[in-house]
Design a protein around this ligand. Structure first.
Ligand code: NAP
Length: 289
């Protein structure tokens, strides 16, 4: 069994990005610039945005944090999105989700200029992904495919089962995995899938993205399978300083001995998601600068 080290791989990619930034700056141009819009004070969102800002600093990007309180109105937020769309000093930006209930996430996403949509959530980028055209790819699927590529894990003709069909993970990942560059035969499973255990047990590559801690047990996994665990659920852990720890969707201890490759949680898909946002921002900058 080979443990896929997402942290190490993400660090390697960060070094490559930092080199690319040095090259851009050496030609007299400004470094790539990412902005994050954060609404309210949700603990998870605060942490994710803080990581994004820190990642930018590490590779030499400029970053800007724009904050609103929870009571910001939809028109106010959309006005800010339009302002950022028209800011030539900015290559890309994200609006951290989830948004307060009185604001339509879809309306806000659709207001973002697709050329600055480094989260890859805009319908134009999703459509371009479906058509196999250059697009900003949603960060988690992008990171997973990059991880498979960098570990030289064969994917062509392999039976890939993805559990979960969300717009940010399962669905775009299923499209990427079936593209000609990857060539997997893809099954997308969800909460209405019948005989899920058997479906999973036929996978050469099993990707769990359902958000249910330790849902995938050893009897759902084929001997020698590649298992990618996307799940990150905070579970109570009174023995830790924070009082919680992250659990994946895979029962790691019993599944790992059956696998050819497996990602841990934490330290697997998470760091790759973070670095994919940097890759998208670099791409946006190379188009803009
Ligand atoms: P989501 O929007 O809640 O979608 C969950 C998907 O799983 C849905 O399609 C749902 O099916 C399916 N599902 C739920 N329970 C199931 C079951 N018992 N059997 C089969 N399918 C089931 O979640 P998400 O945003 O995709 O995130 C999934 C997990 O990945 C979460 O733990 C999240 O925190 C984590 N995540 C991690 C990263 C990272 O960087 N590591 C990034 C993004 C998300 P239906 O469609 O039928 O409801």
């Amino acid at each position: 069994m080979i443990l896929i080290d997402g942290k190490k791989t993400a660090d390697e990619i960060k070094k490559e990005i930092a080199e690319a930034v040095k090259l851009i700056v050496s030609t007299g141009k400004r470094p790539p610039h990412l902005a994050a819009v954060l609404i309210g004070h949700d603990g998870g969102s605060e942490t994710y945005v803080a990581f994004k800002i820190k990642d930018c600093e590490e590779v030499g990007f400029r970053s800007t944090l724009i904050r609103f309180e929870d009571d910001v109105t939809e028109p106010e937020l959309i006005a800010k999105v339009h302002e950022l769309n028209n800011d030539d000093d900015l290559d890309g930006f994200i609006v951290q989700l989830p948004l307060p209930k009185h604001i339509s996430e879809q309306k806000v996403i659709e207001a973002i200029d697709a050329r600055k949509d480094v989260d890859g959530f805009h319908p134009e980028n999703v459509g371009r992904l479906v058509l196999g055209l250059p697009a900003f790819l949603s960060a988690t699927p992008f990171g997973i495919v990059e991880l498979l590529k960098r570990y030289q894990i064969p994917t062509s003709g392999k039976n890939c089962v993805i559990v979960g069909r969300s717009n940010i993970v399962g669905r775009p990942l299923s499209i990427l995995m079936s593209q000609k560059a990857v060539n997997a035969t893809v099954t997308v499973a969800h909460s209405q899938t019948k005989n899920l255990k058997q479906v999973c047990a036929e996978a050469d590559i099993l990707i769990a993205a359902l958000g249910s801690p330790e849902f995938i047990k050893a009897d759902m996994v084929k001997e020698g399978a590649v298992v990618i665990d996307v799940g990150t659920t905070r579970v109570n852990a009174p023995d830790t300083k924070s009082g919680w720890r992250l659990k994946g969707d895979v029962k790691f201890d019993e599944v790992a001995p059956k696998c050819s490759y497996i990602t841990p949680v934490p330290g697997g898909v998470g760091p790759m998601t973070r670095v994919s946002l940097l890759q998208n921002t670099l791409l946006a900058a190379s188009r803009n600068i």
